[in-house]
Structure formats: C-alpha cells, structure tokens
Design a protein around this ligand. Structure first.
Ligand code: 6PG
Length: 493
C-alpha cells in the first residue's frame, strides 16, 4: 500500500529512499518494500514514480514524492537515499541536489556502475559536508535487483552499521549467508564491482571460445552445443553464465526459424566496466591478461569496417579438422574444451583477485578476498559453484599469493593442462582465435617458469637507455650498468 502520512498526520517515515526509477531502481525499491521496509520513491520525471505505484504499490509500503525536498522529508533519520541513475554527470547532479536537502549523518548510496575514482572523489566531497557517501556495486541485472542481487557497499564502517541490515535483507542468500558485506572504505565497493565485471567479460569470452571451437571444429549445431553446456552446468563449471549460455543457444529466432545466435551480428558491445578494469590493472601493474584479451576481443569484433576489409585474408595452409584432431573423437575434444575452459576460468578469477588485492593495498581499503568469494556465490552475474572453492581457499589462507597456489586449484589446473594445451594447439593449427584460452595458458606458464626472457629485456634496456639491471648473484635491489660504448665494463649504478 502507499503511505502518505503517519498516524499523527505527519509525513510517514521511510527507512530508505530510492531515486531513479528505471527498471533497476524500481526493482530495488520493490525488493526493499517486499522485505517490509517503508520505501520513499522519487524520479526526475514523475511518470516513472506513478507507474511504479500503479503497477506495484500493493507490494509494500511506498511513499512517493514529486520533489527532492518532499522525498528527503519523508525519510526517517539518519536519512538513507539510494541513487540509481546513469553513471557520470547525472549522478553528480542528483548527489548535489540531495546533499543540499540532507543533514550531517545522512547517507547517500550510489548503486550505479560508477567509476571507483569518481566514488573516491564524491565520498571525500560529501564527507566535507558531514554526509556519508557509499559507492555500492550491485550485480545481478534487473532480475537480481528484484529477487536478490549481490551487493558490494564501500564507504565508512559507521554507514554500514546503518545500511547493512537493510541491504543484507534484500540481497541474495547462499546457505543463509547474505551476498552483501561491507567491502572497505570509499571507492572499494565500486572497485570490486568493476573487477567483478572484468571477470564477467573474461568468463563470457572463454565461454564464447568454447562455443566457437565446438561449432567450427566439430561442426556442432547451436542446439547440440546448448546440450553440452547444460551437461557442464551439472559439474564444476556450474554457473549462471554457463546456464544462460545453454538458454541463449537453444533459442530459435521466430522470424527465420534458425538458431537465434546465428542471426545476431557478431559485434560485441561494452558499456565500459571491463575497459576500466584493464586500465586500472595497467596502473596497478597487475597482469589481468585474460580480462584484457576479453575486452580487446569485443573491440576487434566491433571493428566492422576493418573486418570487412580483412575477412578474406589467408589462414595459411590449414589442415582439416579431422587431421587437426589427430584421431581424437568428438567427445574427447569436448572434454578437452571443458578442461581448458575450467583452467582459463581459474586464471580469470586468480587475476581478478590479484587486482582486488593490489587495489586494496594501493588505496588502503582493507578488502578481504574471502568476503568477495562469499558474496559472489549468489545474486551476481559471475555466481558459480567454484566460488565456494575460492571462499575455502581464502578462508584457509587469507594471504594467498595466487589462487592457483591453493591445493585444490593447483591440482585442478595441473590436471587440466594436457587438455588445455591440446585445445590451444588445435585452435592455432586450424586458425581459430582463442585469445582467452591462449593468454591464460601463457600467463600460467609465465608464472611457473624458472627463467623468463625479461633478463634479455633488461639487458636491452640497459644497452639503449642505461636503465640498469640486477644480478642473480647480488643482493636484491642492487643495480648494475654496462658501459656499452666505453669498453663494456660493468659498474654499480
Ligand atoms: C551486473 C552486470 C551489469 C553490466 C551490464 C552491461 O553485474 O549486473 O555486470 O552491471 O554492466 O550487464 O555490461 P557490459 O555492457 O559492460 O557488457
């Protein structure tokens, strides 16, 4: 029901307000109301507020307002407002309008996909005015917003004391544990949501490569590949993305009767969170190679004019698929692909968690990887069975230097290597691009190598730029230089 006044005739008091009532905002407001909270609702254009109340007003206690002033006045203290508007300037506009109407101790939550650096700036500006500013990653799309998302709130510990019970009540739950936890201070919530999306991009790219190999090497139909993904979803690859892949591949285009995937233009778009992840990783010096290849694969697929010109280039003298499979039957190759997908997926998460750790150290956020593994088990787009394993890994060893050092993942990846190498070799032999599988395997081989060609790189840098090098037989950090053009003697730098 819709409240407009409390018993004493004053304005009813809402525990939280939502402004920005597009589908995500409306669904979060409905989710909050369904969980017994009185929810103040507002939208710049009143029509969206009217639609929410008309269509869903009976789902709980809503207090609609046309003006920001009335909206803020309808909130109990400390006032809590969730902003669900487009990232960037629109968010700044709403923040400033709210801040003018709110008082010290009140809380502004940005639930959009804001850039974490914007959130750091906004949190500092609001703190100056005595307000709490919380950047909260919200994952799970429109369905998740209504039925239970994974929520990643940053901001002050004090703000989480006030917000936590509300947000945890509407988040997804796994084994009775909410998929919501205080991530860390200022921009940490939006940072980990950004990395979540980077992992999502990598996951989706790897699934795409598995699909492409079954399509092009085995000649499977979309429906046959859907059946394979459905089977994989019953095992260690169980995840939301594998599950929906089977749904998408099974979908028939009503217009042509063909598999929908065959009438979709093969140019992937991206709103930007995956790109931000890679930009941040470059700044942090974290090699998120799988995530980067996924972002670039989307860009390559979208370079339509260039692809139109390059599409016919020769692949060289390519063997047939049967020759490349060298006697392996289809089932054996499908199992190889499954293990290559699993191994590459582990690398994607390992790189993502490395970036989260590096970001937390850089910004002094105090983020705990185990918290992310816990709250990403449900509600979010990358929810997957093996997040339980990641949670176990970081519970066992919070200081894990890489996910692949955890015994379970060390052995699982080790056991996948034969298949993984065969898949990458087969793909290369047949001229089928697998940037995700290949880069992830190269990353793994790089990490496990005794010596890397970086020694030669250091020698080259010292030759042309006198950039110095360290010696394996000298103390760490001690720098040397060769007087390349003056006789070649080595000097301590
Ligand atoms: C989520 C999703 C979501 C994502 C959109 C579009 O966690 O619910 O990651 O936040 O932004 O699905 O993503 P791209 O356009 O970047 O693919």
């Amino acid at each position: 029901m819709t409240s407009t006044a409390a018993n004493d005739g004053s304005r009813a008091q809402a525990q939280i307000g939502v402004t920005g009532l597009a589908v995500m905002g409306s669904n979060l407001a409905r989710n909050l109301a369904r969980h017994g909270h009185t929810v103040a609702v507002h939208n710049r254009s009143k029509a969206k507020t009217d639609v929410l109340i008309a269509d869903h007003g009976s789902e709980g206690n809503f207090i609609p307002s046309e003006s920001i002033a009335d909206f803020v006045a309808s909130l109990e203290l400390p006032r809590r407002v969730l902003i669900m508007v487009k990232a960037g300037d629109p968010t700044d506009a709403v923040i400033n309008e709210l801040a003018d109407a709110m008082e010290p101790g009140d809380i502004i939550i940005d639930g959009g996909n804001a850039r974490f650096t914007d959130t750091i700036r906004r949190e500092a500006a609001m703190r100056e005015r005595g307000l709490h500013f919380v950047g909260a990653g919200v994952s799970g799309g429109e369905v998740g917003a209504l039925e239970g998302p994974s929520i990643m709130p940053g901001g002050s510990v004090e703000s989480y004391k006030s917000l936590g019970p509300l947000l945890e009540s509407i988040s997804a739950h796994v084994d009775g544990i909410p998929c919501c936890a205080h991530i860390g201070t200022d921009g940490s919530g939006h940072f980990v949501k950004m990395v979540h999306n980077g992992i999502e991009y990598s996951d989706m790219q790897l699934i795409g490569e598995a699909y492409d190999l079954m399509r092009r090497v085995l000649g499977y139909s979309a429906a046959e590949i859907a059946a394979v993904f459905r089977e994989w979803n019953a095992g260690e690859l169980e995840s939301y993305l594998v599950e929906i892949t089977a749904e998408v591949l099974d979908k028939i285009d009503p217009q042509t009767g063909k598999a929908l995937v065959d009438v979709i233009v093969d140019a992937a778009e991206q709103k930007g969170t995956g790109r931000w992840t890679v930009q941040s990783a470059l700044d942090l010096g974290v090699p998120v190679t799988g995530i980067a290849e996924a972002v670039f694969a989307r860009a390559l697929s979208g370079s339509r004019a260039q692809r139109a010109a390059t599409r016919g280039l020769t692949g060289g003298d390519l063997p047939s698929a049967d020759e490349a499979l060298a006697g392996r039957d289809a089932d054996a190759f499908v199992e190889d692909i499954r293990l290559a997908l699993f191994g590459s997926k582990v690398i994607a998460y390992a790189q993502g968690f490395d970036q989260i750790t590096a970001g937390s150290v850089e910004h002094n956020w105090g983020v705990k990887p185990v918290d992310l593994a816990t709250i990403w088990r449900g509600g979010c787009i990358i929810r997957a069975r093996f997040l339980n394993r990641i949670r176990d890994a970081y519970t066992e060893n919070p200081e894990l230097l890489s996910l692949i050092l955890d015994p379970y993942f060390r052995d699982a990846v080790g056991g996948a290597l034969g298949s993984w190498r065969r898949v990458v070799t087969t793909a290369v032999t047949l001229g089928i691009p697998t940037p995700g599988f290949s880069s992830s395997l190269a990353y793994y081989d790089g990490l496990r190598a005794d010596r890397l060609p970086a020694a030669l790189t250091q020698g080259q840098r010292d030759y042309f730029g006198a950039h110095t090098y360290e010696r394996i037989d000298a103390p760490v950090g001690k720098k040397f230089h060769i007087l390349w053009s003056e006789g070649g003697a080595e000097v301590e730098a």
